[in-house]
Design a protein around this ligand. Sequence first.
Ligand code: FUL
Length: 502
Amino acid sequence: MKRLWVGSVWVSFCLASGARAEPPQPYGPLPSARQLRWHETELFSLIHFGLNTYTDREWGYGNEDPALFNPKAPDANQVVSTLKKAGMNGVILVAKHHDGFCLWPTKTTPHNITKSPWRGGQGDLVREYADAAKKHGLRFGLYCSPWDRNSAAYGTPDYLPLYQAQLRELLANYGTLFEVWFDGANGGDGYYGGARERRNIDRFTYYDWPATWGLVRQLQPSACIFGDVGPDCRWVGNETGYAAEDSWATFTPKGKTDVARPANGDSLNHLEAQAGHRGGAAWIPAECDFPLRKGWFWHPNEDATVRPPAKLMDIYFNSVGKGGCMNVGVAPDRDGFVCEADVRALEAFGNVLRTLFDLNYAAGATVEASQVRAWADKPGQPHPYAPENVRDADRYSYWATDDGVTNATLTLTLPAVAEFNVVRLRENIQLGHRVDSFAVDVWTAGDWQTYAAGQSIGACRLLRGPKVKTDRVRLRITAAAACPCISDFGLFATPPALEPHP
Ligand code: FUL
């Protein structure tokens, strides 16, 4: 038996002298490097701005006149700097929506921005957003609708080469992308070069997804591909921004066709996407998208529908706080600006978010674990699995137990009594989803009381409850498929702006 001083506690372990225990083995499907970066991005925005902005529609038919697109002074910097103030780390621009109008000077179709009077036909809105994202330090992504209600070729074999050429232009010319969005809405009635008819496609085969996704892999290897079924991040299955109470990054997409990995738009089980699957076949975390207003595009009469900061926080707790990403749809108005009501809501949300996570009451705590993974190292070297690792901001430094120890506790003793109501937990997801259930207890009135409990942790689990005052908090891992590897145990208090008013 050896005893080791780990930060503020003594830990006992058995280890033959000179032996060195192995690091924990990863468990189950694991995130790729691009998915790890996506998880770290957490909060971003999807911008819808195009002909629909001027026609007051959500889905243009495809026959709209490009001359309608004539914003007085569109300012991508105003939009992107507003997003930054809202705490966002990325921005995805809809470069082409279902109406087929391309916001960049594409060679693939005349239905594009060069036919609009804006900037004398010399404009490139994709370039302006890419530059603004770079300037303000946000990651950049693009959405190019597979469905094209303008193209005469849509529905015939001639469309796919055209669509892939559009993707190639976008993937090759606008810098590094963090995400490429493939919308699941595909096929139906449209203008189609004047045919004005209904064109249905086989969603499984029509877009040759392996080849189309392959373009992204080839030209933007660090970009995550978003789609109903992934392959890198999945649609959460609703447009309200909510994942399930317990949401798993692991998921087994089920298609209408009997194939192991169905194609975009072919998912049968998008309702299951809210929770994912414990033990699912692949790491495909949930992206929780929703529009800030009623519609994805700006409409003159929807100012009153802007979601207030408290609602945005609620969505944050149910998206980022369930191990997914939050994607807020922002719609510039006819001048190309985020209008006043939206700016107010987004900035207030950003302020609340910053205030909330500014003070971590666990930062100065002593941390004691019921068990710490054995590690015989040279004196003076930090223990790689020390309980204290849960206090730092590093998502990948962690506390671990020995293999086979799947019930364990981690107790924080705070320097003073603190009042908080938000608990943040993270696993080191480089090693997979390991924990199956946990509880958080607070020491009150001379006893431990259960404050919150759940099953999934993953990249981030936020638990919000009533405000509680205590100087001792305990995490109990009650079941795990492999030894727990916990990277974060934080305590925070929501600012007064979020408290219910009498
Ligand atoms: C949906 C589209 O049909 C909407 O118009 C919007 O673009 C949204 C983000 O995705 O599937």
